[in-house]
Design a protein around this ligand. Structure first.
Ligand code: HEC
Ligand code: HEC
Length: 211
């Protein structure tokens, strides 16, 4: 198939290209970014987040299938200093508004990653994720992040499904200490401040196995 097109004239190549553009446009009607342009622009990100958005270390976040709106917000927050991280401040500094939209569209278009949870503590993590902790004022995570961890792109509530447990632990600790404070209305800080280390560990393990 590919060989035939490569050997044919420019006009004949144009047909599949137009079809591909239409397919991308219809699958992401609300999206501002261009995933094809984003793929090339994300070359400098691949060393940590992977070519396809699967991170190379468990402390780094997977970006595959994360919402475009959320990825773009985080990159703008690193630029403004609203979210503080030395590595990402440097990486985000050089990106234009269009670069951010394109890169966000690219990672959002990559297939979701499925992680595997440990048996240990799984029930505890599931109970808190789905039901919160009554008495401690911890709301159900599923109320915002969805029963399957798919989040809510319109509200910019991130997908969590399949995310690396080590990364989730770091983020919940940072919300708890308020080192990370870019959550609107302190939505996550007010949740994390009520979680113990053991609860954070159980939640992170459960979330990694969600899909
Ligand atoms: C040297 C490794 C490294 C490189 C290169 C890198 N990142 Fe990151 N990235 C990280 C780490 C570590 C974090 C978590 C930082 C924190 O705790 O805030 C992160 C976080 C992020 C997040 C937030 C994800 C979330 O779930 O909240 C986004 C989005 C992101 N990076 C995009 C990019 C893009 C786009 C590039 C390329 C322009 C890039 N990164 C390059 C290491 C890297
Ligand atoms: C009221 C809604 C709400 C509830 C309830 C909630 N979250 Fe969140 N969560 C958010 C929002 C909004 C963000 C993104 C903040 C931002 O813009 O950076 C977030 C971010 C996160 C992140 C960081 C994701 C990333 O990729 O960096 C983790 C981890 C997380 N939440 C876990 C949880 C867990 C675990 C619970 C339950 C104990 C929970 N959340 C309950 C709204 C909520």
């Amino acid at each position: 198939m590919l060989k035939v097109f490569l050997n044919s004239t420019k006009q004949r190549i144009a047909v599949p290209v137009v079809l591909a553009v239409l397919a991308v446009a219809s699958s992401s009607a609300l999206a501002a970014g261009d995933p094809a342009a984003g793929k090339a622009k994300a070359a400098s990100c691949a060393g940590c987040h992977g070519v396809d958005g699967k991170a190379l270390l468990p402390e780094y976040p997977n970006l595959a299938a994360q919402h475009e709106s959320y990825i773009a917000k985080q990159l703008r927050d690193y630029q403004s200093g609203e979210r503080k991280n030395a590595i990402m401040a440097g990486m985000a500094a050089a990106l234009s508004e269009q670069d951010i939209d394109d890169i966000a569209a690219y990672y959002a278009s990559q297939p979701a990653i499925s992680g595997v949870a440990d048996e240990e503590g799984l029930q505890k993590g599931m109970d808190i994720y789905r039901g919160g902790i009554s008495g401690a004022g911890v709301p159900a995570c599923s109320g915002c992040h969805g029963a399957n961890g798919k989040g809510n792109p319109a509200a910019t509530w991130p997908a969590l499904a399949g995310q690396n447990a080590a990364y989730i632990i770091l983020q919940l600790e940072q919300f708890r200490s308020t080192e990370r404070a870019n959550d609107p209305n302190a939505m996550m800080r007010s949740v994390a401040e009520r979680l113990t280390d053991a609860e954070i560990k159980a939640l992170s393990n459960y979330i990694m196995g969600l899909h």
